[in-house]
Design a binder for this molecule. Structure first.
Ligand SMILES: [Zn+2]
Length: 335
């Protein structure tokens, strides 16, 4: 497989050199699975500077009245319908799952990693994640049992305000729905051998292949949807509902490793999606993407510009190329 990219150069008169002629350069890349494009640009300043915001203080400011903290969570969060889960809420380890009041999907869920953990810097996200993912898998299985048409399952995260999270308290979101999201449809339409080719190509090139944790391979995305995008591939399962305990623990381990890398790179906000296809979809490897979001700051610069929102094409500066991210990742994903 050829990983398609193109370097494009332009010219301008630069103010730093008395308006002498200077070259500009960008590299455009195309994702080998969906065809989405991405741009690596040369920027005069870092587009995604490391976090300097006092998050511990913001945690204290948002703790009173938090609906996911222990004092309130059982009073103000909804319960699942009895035909889906008779106990109303799902508990796994320290995680607590309940329906999302905002119905983003036909069956939307929220799972709090731990009601006691109102503030969870990425470096401290650990095994709590396993319980949270297990609760999401239980939820999706129950939703599917109650409504066999809602076969498109995903597990997702908005972490910290820049990611779109409306609440400070860390949590994940699940969805079971009768229709795929746009990205689920695009990924499910990829021929199975193309996933194999992509992984084999990246394994051979080595620059972005991060290794494997046993049965799950990790990559720095060739054409990222956003800064520091990482991808994981789980062959042999198409939907989160098919994940057994061992693979869930392996996936959680990989995500914790990835979040540790994000923390080292100076990021505290991220999005994650685990894209399920209908259970039993032949040849589709369950796969995950995660990326960081701009850190909170004053003034705040969003990482989503007209390019990302309206052209579906991310722009990244040269400090955070996929290869630079892979180099920082080193061997941490290799088992
Ligand atoms: Zn809280």
């Amino acid at each position: 497989m050829e990983l398609r990219s193109q370097v494009l150069e332009g010219k301008l008169l630069h103010p730093d050199t008395g308006f002498a002629s200077a070259r500009t350069r960008l590299e455009q890349r195309w994702d080998p699975l969906t065809g989405h494009a991405s741009r690596l640009i040369s920027s005069p300043d870092e587009l995604f500077p490391p976090n300097t915001y006092d998050l511990a203080r913001l945690a204290e400011e948002t703790r009173t009245g938090c609906p996911f903290c222990p004092d309130l969570v059982e009073m103000v969060t909804p319960q699942l319908a009895p035909h889906v889960w008779p106990q109303g809420r799902i508990r796994r380890g320290r995680a607590l799952l309940f329906p999302n009041l905002r119905a983003y999907a036909k069956h939307p869920s929220v799972a709090v990693y731990d009601p006691e953990l109102h503030y969870l810097p990425l470096a401290r996200l650990d095994a709590a994640l396993v319980g949270d993912l297990a609760a999401q898998v239980d939820f999706a299985r129950a939703a599917l049992e109650a409504d066999s048409a809602s076969t498109w399952v995903s597990i997702n995260a908005n972490h910290m305000l820049p990611s779109g999270s409306s609440l400070f308290h860390p949590h994940t979101q699940g969805a079971a729905h009768p229709q795929p999201t746009t990205m689920q449809a695009l990924l499910a339409a990829v021929p199975p051998e193309r996933f194999d080719d992509y992984l084999a190509t990246e394994r051979r090139l080595g620059q972005r292949h991060l290794g494997g944790t046993g049965t799950i391979e990790w990559l720095a995305s060739f054409a990222p949807l956003g800064p520091a995008e990482l991808r994981a591939f789980l062959p042999g399962v198409a939907s989160p509902v098919e994940l057994g305990g061992d693979r869930l623990a392996e996936l959680a381990h990989g995500i914790v490793v990835a979040l540790g890398l994000y923390a080292e790179l100076g990021f505290e906000s991220f999005n994650l999606a685990l894209y399920g296809a209908p259970p039993g979809t032949a040849g589709y490897p369950l796969n995950l993407r995660m990326l960081v979001r701009s850190n909170l700051d004053m003034p705040y610069r969003s990482d989503a510009t007209f390019l990302e929102r309206l052209h579906w094409e991310a722009a990244l500066d040269l400090t955070i190329t996929p290869e630079a991210v892979a180099e920082r990742a080193g061997d941490r994903f290799r088992r």
